[in-house]
Design a protein around this ligand. Structure first.
Ligand code: BV8
Length: 231
């Protein structure tokens, strides 16, 4: 049983029509990242931030998983592999493709959080500042997203699984955002084989044992066929 930990970023959802962080040159839907993906930005203008995530939630709902998402779900279903997908993405395309073992380290568009009492519930289609928390009733709702300078989710489990893996694969990420960008070093230090599948070379390409460039919808199914053929 081969244990594979797979990190995915915005690039795996690009061919599903979801814009990447980089392609917008740090501007998402005409907003500066630091205005919409930081706690300070939310405190300054919660209505703007809710509008930003409401638009991305609608775009994610309208998108469909692509062959890359589907191939990862196929690999997870193989009895010869134990697969964990650690995604930086906040869409639900991995789950909709059939992946079950998924960690959303940067949160999810489909989760809502109360910043007063920490209650969590499924996010409605559209959130707004006057919404009240179903738990405490206060007007303190926010998308359950990990913003810059907030601690990503399930880091202890991610590092534990990474260091015990046979193979670490990074798909569709620019390697600009930490701690995700440092996973390849953590893996390499524990003797874990590392592979990068990305449209172009990333900030971390040099650190991978193998780095292949191309679109995820081509590279990922090809790599999964190799894995399944090699069993
Ligand atoms: C933390 C929210 C600590 C959800 C996001 C200085 C140095 C080092 C680190 C830092 C620093 N200053 C600050 C930091 C920390 C900071 C950080 O890393 N900053 C960077 C910018 C320098 N990190 C944090 O703040 C993290 N938290 O460190 O907490 C802490 C400690 C104690 C207590 C409390 C806190 C939190 C990081 C999470 C931030 N939230 N998103 C959302 O709205 O989406 S991150 C945001 O950037 C995105 O969500 C996404 O996750 C990430 C972008 O990364 P990618 O997914 O890689 O996307 P990108 O567009 O960059 O790249 C796409 C790639 O795909 C490209 O390479 C492209 O070539 C490729 N591609 C495109 N098309 C295709 C393709 N590949 C294949 N096929 C295709 N078709």
């Amino acid at each position: 049983m081969a244990k594979v930990v797979i990190l995915t970023g915005a690039g795996i959802s690009a061919e599903s029509g979801i814009r990447t962080f980089r392609a917008s040159d740090g501007l998402w839907e005409e907003h500066r990242i630091m205005d919409v993906a930081t706690p300070e930005g939310f405190a300054r203008d919660p209505a703007l931030v809710h509008r930003f995530y409401n638009a991305r939630r609608a775009a994610a709902r309208a998108a469909q998983p692509n062959p890359a998402h589907l191939a990862l779900a196929e690999l997870e279903a193989d009895p010869g592999h134990e697969v964990l997908v650690v995604t930086q993405n906040v869409d639900d395309l991995h789950e909709r493709a059939g992946s079950q073992n998924v960690i959303h380290m940067h949160g999810s568009l489909f989760g809502a959080l109360c910043h007063a009492c920490d209650h969590r519930w499924p996010a409605p289609e559209a959130m707004q500042p006057q919404d009240t928390c179903p738990g405490c009733g206060r007007k303190a709702t926010r998308p359950d997203i990990v913003w810059f300078n907030e601690m990503p989710y399930q880091m202890d489990r991610i590092i534990r699984e990474l260091e015990a893996a046979d193979l670490f694969v990074s798909i569709g990420t620019s390697g600009n955002v930490y701690p995700a960008a440092g996973f390849v070093q953590d893996a390499a230090m524990c003797g874990v084989e590392t592979l990068e599948l990305n449209l172009d070379r990333s900030a971390g390409s040099e650190m991978f044992d193998t780095s292949r460039q191309g679109p995820a919808s081509v590279l990922v199914p090809q790599w999964v066929r190799e894995r399944l053929g090699s069993r």
